[in-house]
Design a binder for this molecule. Structure first.
Ligand SMILES: NC(=O)c1ccc[n+]([C@@H]2O[C@H](COP(=O)([O-])OP(=O)(O)OC[C@H]3O[C@@H](n4cnc5c(N)ncnc54)[C@H](O)[C@@H]3O)[C@@H](O)[C@H]2O)c1
Length: 387
């Protein structure tokens, strides 16, 4: 992670020294690098995962060996997951790097006394930023929060390029099917859906997009994809991938449209985009078909669900590539550093443009790419209204 490494001096300037910091992000190797960078900057870090299915126990053990307090185990129940997160809250973190707002929202719900004491939250993903907005709308955001997901160096790279590639590679590795010539249905054409469509198209798949937002649906059309309603798209779909950030994108009403042999996978934050419990209730039989692939028999049709509907690229693969997480976690580390430095107002804040520029310039430098500066005449033209 050369970008994160290049930020070492800035992160270690004393702002994070002795600060209690919780990191609640998918606990795999790249997250461990973020945790160790923050520890090196002087923070007392406590870590937990943001989804029990993506937690890697070996990574937890490696962090414990390096002196980090970890509350996470792979594959635990939702109740045990909540208990682990409340154990993190119990340590009294001042600052939180959160994913899906999993720690912050549980603290608000179960430990309002500890919630009041939070001094800053930096949020990793689209779903968590939406939850922060909902808290703010209810007047329940008394501390500064930063929408790290909305940083340019996060959502413009991680969501489309990282998740687009790794969702497809995980899906193909878990099933060993050929992408070329297959019909893909992408549900949700946001930053992630855009990347999924491009990755499927690049592998020779034929892509249909299902979107609710008219502007995004039109964008998908102009990007060259078929756009259809769910009822029209599903009967043709060999592979259905959800990336809406909401629940029941493939709900009980949709099961009747699914083709025999359809593969269902999710790239969104929740395990609830595909209504797996409703599918199980409707199925005549559920078969463990392959590791992390379950087959649901619906009369004379069979549909296959990957990793129980959890985010397939992380729970069914190794997550986003290290080059992507170097950018995303540089955003998170600088965001935590900014919160620790003080001066960020209460409520939801944007990630500053100058820090986005710093990360992008640092990344370009590691690639050996140099940029020109605008000329004095160009700067003058840009700043004036008279031509
Ligand atoms: N797996 C990963 O590694 C990874 C990485 C980044 C983000 N995410 C998650 O992926 C999800 C999507 O993120 P994003 O940045 O693309 O969000 P986004 O808000 O940009 O896009 C979501 C899109 O889905 C559409 N949508 C909502 N409900 C729908 C429905 N029922 N049918 C069709 N379309 C629907 C919305 O109109 C929107 O255009 C979020 O949960 C985010 O947290 C996952």
């Amino acid at each position: 992670m050369p970008v994160l490494a290049a930020l070492r001096d800035r992160l270690g300037d004393g702002a994070l020294e002795g600060r209690k910091l919780a990191v609640v992000v998918h606990l795999e190797a790249k997250t461990a690098c973020l945790v160790l960078a923050l520890q090196e900057a002087g923070a007392h870090v406590v870590a937990a995962g943001s989804n029990p299915l993506s937690t890697q126990d070996a990574v937890c053990a490696a962090l414990v060996e390096r002196g980090i307090e970890v509350h996470a185990r792979h594959g635990v129940s939702q109740d045990e997951f909540t208990a682990d997160l409340l154990a993190v809250a119990e340590t009294g973190p001042e600052l939180v790097i959160d994913d899906g707002l999993e720690l912050t929202r549980r603290t608000a719900e179960h430990r309002p006394d500890l919630y009041e004491r939070l001094q800053g939250v930096s949020e990793e993903t689209t779903t968590g930023v939406a939850r922060l907005r909902a808290l703010e709308a209810e007047g329940r955001l008394p501390f500064p929060a930063i929408a790290a997901n909305d940083a340019k160096c996060k959502h413009m790279f991680d969501n489309p390029y990282g998740t687009g590639q790794t969702t497809l590679t995980a899906l193909l590795a878990l099933t060993n099917v050929l992408a070329a010539g297959r019909e893909f249905c992408i549900v949700g054409y946001g930053w992630v859906g855009k990347g999924l469509a491009r990755a499927a198209d690049g592998l020779g798949g034929r892509v249909t997009v299902v979107e609710l937002d008219p502007v995004r649906a039109l964008t998908a059309h102009m990007d060259g994809y078929r756009v259809a309603s769910l009822a029209d798209a599903l009967p043709d779909a060999d592979v259905v991938i959800t990336a809406t950030g909401l629940i029941e994108a493939i709900g009980a009403d949709a099961f009747a449209y699914l083709k025999d042999g359809a593969l269902l996978a999710n790239a969104g934050h929740h395990d609830r985009e595909i209504d797996v419990p409703a599918l199980a209730a409707e199925a005549d039989e559920v078969i463990d078909a392959r590791p992390k692939v379950k087959t649901y028999v619906l009369g004379n049709r069979r549909v296959h669900v990957l990793v129980d509907g959890a985010l397939v690229n992380i729970a069914g693969g190794d997550g986003n590539p290290i080059e992507i997480m170097d950018l995303s976690f540089s955003v998170q580390a600088l965001s935590a550093h900014l919160l620790a430095s003080g001066g960020v107002p209460a409520g939801l804040n944007r990630f500053p443009d100058e820090l986005d520029d710093l990360i992008a310039r640092t990344k370009l430098a590691t690639l050996g790419i140099e940029l020109d500066d605008p000329t004095a005449a160009q700067l003058k033209f840009r700043a004036s209204w008279a031509v």
